[in-house]
Ligand binder design. Structure first.
Ligand code: DON
Length: 572
């Protein structure tokens, strides 16, 4: 079941007990609060966000503090060395997004991942050439400038404290520690990571021992003191550039100084009377989820048995078509000015796509429609959702790409680097069955942002936010967000049940559907296969963190996916 933790400050508990108000917090439906709520993949960070809300911060303040805290306590994906997207829906109806996806450095180019004409996986995903100029700090600073209310420095304090004073080493970190020790024994590039994550830089931690990150704390203090300039200029930028120059990376101090986050209008669609808001390109998520919802609106999904074979069939056909569009059309808009976004998200386009669906048989994902195949994407990213007392809502996903990025810590600066450059197509013009694509919209270019699948979503109704959802999981993210939205809007599930329900994933190519092995019966999957689908099982798909706001009852529900071992929803 989803995990939910409701915390009360000692003060609030005292009042509740002493003054016996007519509606004590205990009267609320299970899993709900009247104040604010934060749902993340790491419970310490959820509590940080909740505390900021209780101090009077708004949803954006809490999101900023939560993101910095996750960079300390969930370094697999929480970051200052990576990038991501934030979607905002105010209680007043204002909707906007922030794009802080990493950018290719100035020295990058379309053939940079080739060695002797062949794709070099080390350059693409493991060496310092895999690192894009980080965007997270600029994005959070911009969101704060536009929508924050508490002083910036206050939002950094909890993360600085956690880095300086430490927090208990988790099982997930144990796995990373083991892996990094192993890698460092044969490759000196990981020496700085060993120094950052081992006790006193040398000794392995036991579970529960405190992880203290002094260099990271200093980097965070520079951000606290100087805002985004505390990261993109001065000491941190210098440490980054020197480390890059000494170890074959491309990022310079100029690349750091040049980085800018952007505020962009959300992608907007509708689904059965609800508004759907998500990220525009360079995320493909917003366009793809709106296309798929538009297709599914052509069917009475609520009347079809949930997760039955006919239901999964229609889902798959919508996914297949949404992903085919994605591969053909989407990349960084600053480099692809002619992307047909309005057409892709139009109802008319969806009607055309739906008309090609055979209700009784799978369509082919063949090269007659498009000769592209999907590249590999890993499954480490993190999503969190925040709603403040007034109902202002944030849905934010950010990442280092792989778990712990390329596992390389900037010497002296204490933070892990992303390997997001691996989201660019590695070889111009080369598309093959092993999973590489080489199409134009997502080729590497200086200053360009790589295509993403991150899909932070906010569902609105009557001008107010009612739901926030998102997930990690590479390309599966889009389909995870899609299915949770359908589960709530079509099947009336609670946010917790909607997150726990089984999920499938199809991405056009390869033409195969993965499903969560413990959440579907053999009979269902066999009936689904009989419709012509190829299937493969997997353990879990994504880790969704969601919020539902019941405006009428004046309560908010938060849920953290049980697929995440450390997550929680924390509210008051
Ligand atoms: O931006 C993207 O789509 C990928 N770099 C996200 C990677 C990811 O989700 C890995 N995580 N779970």
């Amino acid at each position: 079941m989803p995990r939910f933790v409701r915390h009360f400050s000692v003060f609030v508990l005292f009042i509740a007990l002493v003054s016996l108000p007519s509606c004590t917090p205990q009267d609320l439906p299970t899993g709900s609060v009247r104040g604010g709520i934060v749902s993340t993949a790491q419970h310490v960070a959820s509590d940080v966000g909740r505390d900021i809300l209780q101090q009077g911060g708004n949803a954006v303040d809490a999101a900023i503090a939560t993101a910095f805290a996750l960079a300390v306590v969930h370094p697999a994906a929480g970051n200052i060395g990576g990038g991501g997207f934030l979607v905002y829906h105010g209680a007043d109806g204002k909707v906007t997004t922030f794009n802080f996806r990493e950018k290719a450095p100035a020295a990058a180019g379309p053939a940079m991942f080739l060695t002797d004409g062949e794709i070099d996986e080390v350059k693409h995903h493991r060496a310092l050439t895999s690192t894009g100029v980080p965007g997270t700090v600029a994005g959070l600073a911009l969101a704060h400038k536009r929508l924050g209310s508490l002083p910036w420095a206050d939002l950094l304090e909890p993360a600085i404290r956690l880095a300086e004073e430490g927090f208990p080493f988790t099982e997930n970190l144990m796995d990373f520690q083991e892996r990094i020790l192993d890698s460092a024994s044969s490759n000196p590039i990981y020496a700085s990571t060993v120094r950052a994550f081992l006790k006193n830089g040398t000794e392995a931690h036991a579970t529960g021992e405190l992880l203290i990150q002094k260099d990271l704390a200093e980097s965070l203090k520079r951000i606290r003191n100087n805002g985004a300039d505390g990261f993109y200029k001065g000491e941190t930028a210098r440490l980054m550039a020197e480390f890059m120059a000494a170890n074959g990376g491309l990022i310079t101090e100029q690349d750091m100084a040049d980085y800018q986050a952007e505020e962009l209008p959300a992608i907007h669609g509708t689904y059965r009377g609800y508004d759907i808001y998500s990220m525009p390109p360079p995320s493909s998520g917003g366009i793809a989820i709106v296309t798929m919802l538009n297709i599914l609106e052509e069917y009475d999904m609520g009347a079809i048995e949930h997760n039955s074979a006919p239901y999964l069939h229609l889902l798959t056909e919508a996914m297949r078509r949404g992903f085919a569009d994605r591969a053909q059309f989407i990349g960084d808009p600053n480099f692809n000015p002619d992307m047909p976004v309005d057409w892709l998200t139009s109802k008319k386009h969806a009607v055309d796509l739906a008309s090609s669906i055979n209700p009784d048989a799978a369509s082919p994902s063949d090269s007659s429609t498009f000769n592209g195949f999907m590249p590999y994407e890993s499954e480490e990213t993190t999503h969190f959702s925040v709603a403040d007392e007034a109902g202002n809502t944030v849905s934010m996903t950010y990442t280092l790409e792989n778990s712990y990025g390329n596992s390389i810590v900037v010497e002296g600066a204490g933070f892990l680097l992303n390997n997001e450059m691996g989201d660019f197509n590695p070889k111009p013009g080369h598309t093959d069955r092993s999973g590489n694509i080489g199409t134009l919209p997502n080729l590497t270019a200086p200053g360009k942002r790589m295509l993403s699948s991150m899909t932070p979503v906010i569902v609105g109704q009557n001008g107010r936010p009612v739901m926030a959802i998102g997930s990690p999981g590479g390309r599966t993210i889009i389909n995870t967000s899609l299915q949770v939205v359908l589960n709530v809007l079509d099947h009336g599930m609670s946010i917790g049940d909607a997150i726990e329900a089984g999920r499938i994933h199809h991405q056009w190519l390869p033409d195969r559907t993965s499903y969560e092995s413990t959440r579907f019966t053999a009979e269902t999957m066999s009936a689904y296969e009989h419709l012509g689908h190829t299937i493969s099982s997997r353990n879990g798909q994504g880790s969704a963190m969601g919020i539902w706001i019941d405006w009428k009852a004046g309560v908010k529900y938060g849920a953290s996916d049980s697929r995440s071992s450390e997550g929680s929803a924390s509210g008051y």
